[in-house]
Design a protein around this ligand. Sequence first.
Ligand code: ATP
Ligand code: MG
Length: 395
Amino acid sequence: MNTDLAPARLSAAASPAGTGPFAAYEARVASGRLDRDPEQEKAARRLDQLWRELRDYHPVVQSAPPAGGWLGGLKARLGLAGHPPHEQARPRGVYMVGQVGRGKTMLMDLFFSLAPVEHKRRVHFHRFMQDVHQRLHDMKEADPDLSDPIPPLARQIAQEAWLLCFDEFQVNDIADAMILGRLFADGVVVVATSNTKPEDLFQDRPGADAFKPFIAAILKEVDTVILDSPRDYRRGNAPGMQTWIIPVDAAATKELDSIFDRLADGAPVVPVTLDIMGRPLRVTRAAGPVARFSFAELCGTPLGAGDYLALATCFPNLVLDGVPRMGPDNFDEARRFIVLIDTLYEQNVKLFASAEDRPDAIYAKGQGATAFERTASRLEEMQSAAYMQLPHLNA
Ligand SMILES: Nc1ncnc2c1ncn2[C@@H]1O[C@H](COP(=O)(O)OP(=O)(O)OP(=O)(O)O)[C@@H](O)[C@H]1O
Ligand SMILES: [Mg+2]
């Protein structure tokens, strides 16, 4: 057997007993190591539930028989010694699915590091399957009379590690599916990441019907958690930077300070004056590829499309403090804000703003509120990883 596939035997004491995945996730968000992501929070809460269930769960697993035969029948406990050998309700596993770069692996690794289980194993799914095939082969070779090696292998696997964390679960092979469908019956708890929902595995392929019992078996063991956040954290030129920060408070200002510094990348902060057809437009805070304004400076004074276009072509990034929630009395500001956002959007300018509310609630009532729906939609799109990757148009 490949030794680097041996299960991790980490001491339960290695992880602080009181820190679950949700608290650990929140701590990383609070310290700025991770961006807040409601979809990840949802997944972290589900993993936290499993973490708590695992603290109270002591599986009873059929022991592997001594060398020379698969007698089975012997009950051996895994985990804590002295626990009465009765079968407890096994916690349901978690199957995290989502597009690339949504943080599935990051969350699973966080969970794995904290899981209060001595016998746990985290492995890439393809490597796990290679290991399974190797062992099935070895078992048949050692005992040619062995008619069905899967039940004893299932027991072995469960004995070595009854918490199995699979990265990149993806089954394309019907033979693998049939093995897997029977492999996890022996008390193991499975956590997995995947780009494919269980019910979509093997879809539209010949033999898909034969796959159905396997899918049913997975769905019986795990809860599917979908990570549907709009951001691919691997992409974009602004990893770790929020683009629309709610609410407008000291923390938001601090966050925008740090974004401004990162984008400036050491360039000095200087005032710049742009020439708008002979008329000066003063930018009080410019640093290399980024300019910073308050909402009042940009939309509370009589600026127009020409001013916004000059800014949008000159600066690839704009930091905007304090977008207010507006109503019927703020028509002028709302109208300018619509023009500003349209102009930034057309030039692919990256906007980093603090705001009192979500884009669609910024100007929900008042003259021109219908036109604002498109602005809100653009503001949403401007937060996406795809938009963040677009090249700035400076002409
Ligand atoms: N909330 C976040 N804030 C900042 N960085 C994050 C956040 N979530 C994930 N990342 C980082 O983004 C990168 C991609 O995350 P991860 O590898 O977990 O994605 P994944 O969903 O497993 O993607 P794939 O489907 O391609 O395997 C990692 O470097 C991760 O640390
Ligand atoms: Mg991954």
